[in-house]
Design a protein around this ligand. Structure first.
Ligand code: C2E
Ligand code: CA
Ligand code: CA
Ligand code: CA
Length: 279
């Protein structure tokens, strides 16, 4: 299951886990969660609000914890990131998202790309380009149906190295989006150097788009800039009709958020967007 070069690291992790005094050490629980099939991907629809068309699904990981119940990523991804387990867990999520998307295509459902998040640990520590290539080969998913989301802050940390990796990913035929855009305290000028196909306006700006005048101005500026650079723009965290309308007024039709739908398990996506369950 693990590549040889990662074996050493895993052995250290197991040792550390067994030394822990906590009765339920999350790191060791995470270590076994993969093999026990405790992870599930939920999918959140991305909509063209002008046409009502489904334009994509973002895969968001969940953990069915044996004692604690259903956990969101906020409860365990920091531990996964810290321990290095994110490399295996993230690879599982990538493979599962590609496999599910290919299955939906094979079943004759309308094809929409799937977006998969890449964490800092995945971007920096692993041979992410090779992993993505292998997963596409293995699942048979065409690269154009895979979108990867990397946060603005990850890119800013090691801009030269990340630029090369993103370029390599784009060369595989994959789309790359810049996630949480606007939170990275960046100058906007670096955007034109990055091989990204879209930016996702962070939900913190959307939440105050109506009440906070400054957020409204920032959102307008981000949209205008994206359009001038011929980069797609999607708003995340859209919770109300008013927010969706305000975005449309500013020229952003692509939205994702609770107003459209919460993240849903795959069977719910099938029921809601693909008519009935698969034949
Ligand atoms: P993100 O990529 O920024 O994902 C958007 C988060 O906002 C999701 O939280 C989603 O459920 C939530 N959200 C969606 N619509 C709304 C809304 O209208 N209002 C509000 N308040 N929130 C909304 P979630 O699922 O808890 O994921 C948290 C983060 O965990 C993600 O943030 C992403 O960075 C990370 N993540 C999730 N799945 C994966 C994965 O498979 N791999 C990696 N590396 N990271 C993941
Ligand atoms: Ca994301
Ligand atoms: Ca985001
Ligand atoms: Ca985020």
């Amino acid at each position: 299951m693990y590549r040889a070069k990662e074996k050493g690291k895993n052995r250290v992790m197991l040792y550390k886990a067994s030394m822990s005094s906590a009765p339920h050490d999350m790191e060791s629980e995470l270590y076994f969660a993969l093999g026990r099939g405790e992870f599930e991907l939920y999918y959140q629809p991305q909509l063209n609000f002008a046409t009502g068309q489904l334009i994509g699904l973002e895969a968001l990981i969940r953990w069915h914890h044996p004692r604690l119940g259903l956990l969101g990523p906020g409860a365990f991804l920091p531990v996964a990131e810290e321990s290095g387990l994110i490399v295996q867990i993230g690879e599982w999520a990538l493979r599962e998202a590609c496999r599910q998307n290919k299955r939906w295509q094979d079943e004759g459902h309308p094809v929409t790309p799937v977006s998969v998040n890449l964490s800092p640990g995945q971007m920096h520590a692993s041979n992410i380009v090779g992993v993505v290539y292998e997963v596409l080969e293995e699942t048979g998913l065409e690269p154009r149906y895979l979108h990867l989301e990397v946060t603005e802050s990850v890119v800013l940390q090691h801009i030269e190295r990340v630029k090369i990796k993103l370029g390599d990913l784009r060369n595989l035929g994959i789309q790359v989006s810049l996630d949480d855009f606007g939170t990275g305290y960046s100058s906007l000028s670096y955007l034109k150097e990055l091989p990204v196909s879209a930016i996702k306006i962070d939900k913190s700006f959307i939440q105050d788009i109506i009440t906070g005048t400054r957020d409204g101005v920032i959102v307008s500026a981000i949209i205008a800039m994206a359009q001038s650079m011929d980069v797609g723009v999607i708003a995340e965290g859209v919770e109300t009709a008013e927010q969706a309308a305000a975005l449309r007024e500013r020229g952003c039709d692509l939205v994702q958020g609770y107003y459209i739908s919460r993240p849903q398990p795959a069977p719910e996506i099938e029921r809601l967007y693909y008519g009935t369950a698969a034949r």
